[in-house]
Design a protein around this ligand. Structure first.
Ligand SMILES: NC(=O)C1=CN([C@@H]2O[C@H](COP(=O)(O)OP(=O)(O)OC[C@H]3O[C@@H](n4cnc5c(N)ncnc54)[C@H](O)[C@@H]3O)[C@@H](O)[C@H]2O)C=CC1
Ligand SMILES: O=C(CO)COP(=O)(O)O
Length: 378
């Protein structure tokens, strides 16, 4: 590629050069963009820029020749038509403070690639971006889906979804972030798309735990299925469309993350299930496992809207060391004797929560002449 051809390519910036940021940079470059990565560490920026490698995060992967990297944020952001963010969720706010003045004169879409919530505030990443950049939410997009970085870096065919409250923004980002091995769909359900990515991490930790204990496929399938119910109840209570949780950002990502040993959340869970203590697991993980920091704020949010999340509750107990990993199950050990309807634990889409559940139970009892329990509901 000549310098002239390179300069006619649309410029994009990727902030964060870990496994996902670098992989996404490759996706964008292979899709025709002029990509500049920002890496916090100069030596990593140097390796990507000079060697076209990121040996720490993507061993064995050759990066495109025209993918660039710098550890100067201003250089990375200069002239960017779109800005992608891929750093651990707990570090996003502080990094955005540095980004803000550098993009003040542009209206470039800002795209979150992250799958966590901020521990202190419980906010989704698009909300943190909106707060810190003070920008129109229609400029913000999020990318999610079954996207294990190393598989995509190996160019294995994958689909993802780009969500923005602005269809136009979602489409502009989806057009840029696609190539022969990476296809992007769009939706306008930012809440469902973001929460799907956050919540599947928590279920993947649970799957890792039971895997580490040595339980088999029945346990895992039960947790995945009931986990999807928890994810849906929670997200819908916050305004998500239930269909989003059936899509790439929900079920799709849940399957990928729960099945793959590449998943860091799954790996962290497995170590816990094998008997390692939480502190030791954190020490052993040299990449980001977002689920570990998201458990507490998600449970706090769930309590605020009256949504029950028995699997996530148990993950927290295992993390806290108050539950033996062997006892984790797709239900609460404190379940009462009344069999639950299968469809959701919290009632209808829309999130009536515990209140709705009691009403359902009372109605069922009334229909049964005051006898018996609620059966499976469609
Ligand atoms: N790796 C994957 O397969 C996927 C990851 N994600 C999400 O992408 C986000 C980033 O994860 P990964 O790239 O996988 O993590 P990673 O652990 O591979 O890389 C994180 C990067 O952020 C940098 N970093 C750490 N602390 C920082 C700070 N305070 N300020 C600036 N940079 C800092 C690290 O040096 C590293 O370059 C997470 O929210 C994750 O859930 C989403 C889809 C796939
Ligand atoms: O989000 C992911 C796959 O879609 C990556 O999952 P982990 O963060 O658990 O590796």
């Amino acid at each position: 590629m000549s310098r002239r051809q390179d300069s006619t390519r649309p410029r994009v910036a990727v902030v964060g050069a870990g496994s996902w940021g670098t992989t996404f940079g490759k996706v964008l470059a292979d899709g025709g963009a002029h990509v500049t990565m920002w890496a916090r560490r100069p030596e990593l920026a140097g390796e990507i820029q000079e060697g076209k490698r990121n040996s720490e995060y993507l061993p064995g992967i050759n990066l495109p020749r025209d993918m660039h990297a710098t550890h100067h944020l201003s250089e990375a952001l200069e002239g960017a038509e779109q800005v992608y963010l891929s750093i651990p969720s707990q570090a996003v706010r502080q990094n955005l403070k540095a980004v803000r003045p550098l993009i003040a004169k542009t209206d470039a879409p800002i795209v979150s690639l992250m799958k966590g919530v901020e521990r202190r505030t419980g906010l989704r990443m698009s909300q943190v971006i909106e707060q810190e950049l003070g920008c129109d939410p229609a400029r913000i997009a999020v990318a999610s889906g079954p996207n294990l970085a190393l598989e995509i870096a190996r160019e294995q065919p994958t689909a993802a979804v780009i969500a923005s409250i602005s269809q136009e923004t979602a489409e502009a980002v989806a057009r840029r972030a696609r190539n022969t091995y990476f296809r992007t769909f769009v939706n306008t359900d930012v809440i469902g798309t973001e929460f799907g990515g956050v919540l599947k991490n928590l279920i993947a930790v649970a799957i890792g735990i039971v895997d580490g204990v040595g339980y088999g496929e029945n346990t895992k399938a039960s947790i995945i299925t009931r986990g999807l119910v928890e994810m849906t109840d929670f997200a819908v209570a916050f305004g998500a469309h239930p269909e989003t949780l059936q899509g790439l950002a929900g079920l799709g990502d849940l399957i990928a993350t729960c099945q793959s040993p590449l998943s860091r959340n799954n790996t962290a869970g497995r170590l816990l299930g094998q008997g390692y203590r939480f502190d030791d697991v954190v020490k052993q993980m040299n990449q980001t496992a977002e689920g570990l920091a998201s458990v507490a704020p998600i449970l706090q949010l769930a309590r605020e809207v009256g949504v029950q999340m028995p699997i996530v509750e148990q993950v927290k107990m295992v993390l806290d060391g108050t539950m033996n990993p062997r006892d984790i199950a797709p239900h609460l050990t404190t379940d009462d004797d009344t069999p639950q309807g299968e469809r959701t634990q919290n009632g209808q889409a829309g999130g009536g929560g515990a209140l709705w559940r009691s009403i359902q139970r009372a109605l069922d009892q009334f229909r049964n002449g005051g006898r018996g329990a609620a059966g499976d509901r469609p």
